[in-house]
Write a protein that binds this ligand. Structure first.
Ligand code: MRU
Length: 353
């Protein structure tokens, strides 16, 4: 391993969110990998519907889309300053907030846009547009920083496993866990990447595999149920995942299946890393028990795509996130640094401000 510099453009080409100046274009993640198509959102309610439908998904991407949703909500509002505009925009912002419950980045972005509006004068429209742009740029910069910090923990020639999609598709670009993997591959630390399918919505099979392929990294797909068998074989040294909410004690909500990966990793001596920007940290939430776990339509479990595979007239339970207790996590990586063996004291020291 000699060269640790990183050619970002070579390893990061996908962009899921585009602001055109008068509309928000979202790469339709329901249609990937076979159809690459952007959906045009012209109102904040279009954005809320797109977040709910998973047209755009992934915690940081949801926050960024919501920030642009606020910019769209300003349309047709005639107000002398930001504080007056906020009063009129509040119902639209509440609808954005209600689009999905688990990822804190949605509420984080809306709270930031509220603060920006409250402080803005007569140029409030330009001010919120600049802030939505800043949220996007800061996310990309945070991911690149996390990539470097997370990759540095991984030994040369390692195999890693990841879950869901945490890449450019889930962020402003580069990705969280997938950013760590991109950086690790570029530096020769990671020689093999395993991606879990991530039933039922198949973010791993449809999105992570496609996204890595675009950037010349060839992942090996595994059934979610093969993860423990893989870890037992000694082929992976790290499981690297993202997060939708990180609590004040270090508990982490992430895509359903993450918890069982952490349990299995601990059993097999495989290390477990969570990579997420500081916008995913929720110091107001003491521990994972209080996190609202999104429940989605049981229909998602009854088939693959539009093809029914389950017996008819049955019920299904479909929580789409779970909580990994902090005791099972070896490292939480944010753009602010690495927290090894996270707990309440370490989180307070890092994020207590
Ligand atoms: O339901 P999704 O696809 O929005 O869930 C996404 C995840 O759980 C990701 O792993 C998480 O948001 C981290 S994304 C950088």
């Amino acid at each position: 391993m000699t060269d640790h510099t990183f050619d970002f453009d070579r390893y990061d080409r996908v962009r899921p969110i585009r602001w055109t100046g008068d509309a928000l274009e979202l790469l339709d993640q329901r249609k990937l990998p076979f159809v690459v198509e952007y959906v045009r959102c012209e109102s904040s309610d279009d954005v809320a519907a797109a977040i709910h439908a998973l047209t755009v998904r992934g915690a940081p991407a949801i926050g960024i889309a919501a920030a642009w949703g606020v910019v769209l909500a300003a349309r047709g509002i005639d107000a002398a300053d930001g504080a007056s505009a906020l009063t009129e925009m509040e119902p639209a912002m509440q609808r954005l907030y209600a689009a999905r419950p688990t990822a804190v980045n949605l509420g984080w972005a809306l709270a930031r846009m509220r603060r920006t509006l409250t402080a803005a004068g007569e140029d409030w429209r330009e001010v919120i547009e600049r802030d939505a742009d800043a949220i996007t740029a800061e996310d990309l910069a945070a991911n690149r920083r996390m990539g470097a910090l997370g990759a540095a923990l991984i030994g040369e020639g390692s195999g890693v496993m990841t879950h869901c999609n945490t890449g450019s598709l889930a962020t402003a670009g580069f990705g969280t866990a997938l950013g760590v993997i991109r950086a690790g591959v570029a530096q020769g630390r990671i020689t093999k990447v395993y991606a879990g399918e991530t039933r039922p919505w198949l973010q791993g099979a449809r999105l992570t595999a496609w996204e890595l392929q675009q950037d010349g990294i060839m992942p090996t797909l595994i059934a979610d149920a093969a993860a423990s068998h893989l870890m037992k074989s000694g082929a992976v040294q790290w499981v690297v995942v993202g997060a939708d909410r990180i609590c004040a004690n270090g508990d982490v909500a992430n895509k359903i299946g993450t918890y069982q990966l952490a349990l299995s990793a601990r059993h097999h001596g495989v290390r477990f890393m969570v990579a997420a920007p500081s916008s995913t940290v929720d110091m107001a939430m003491d521990c994972g028990d209080s996190i609202e776990i999104e429940m989605r339509d049981p229909d998602e479990l009854f088939g693959v795509g539009s093809v029914r595979t389950a017996a008819l007239e049955i019920s299904a339970w479909n929580p789409v996130f779970d909580v990994t207790p902090h005791e099972l996590i070896d490292a939480i990586v944010t753009e602010r640094g690495v927290i090894e063996r996270p707990d309440a004291a370490a989180m307070q020291a890092a994020f207590g401000d």
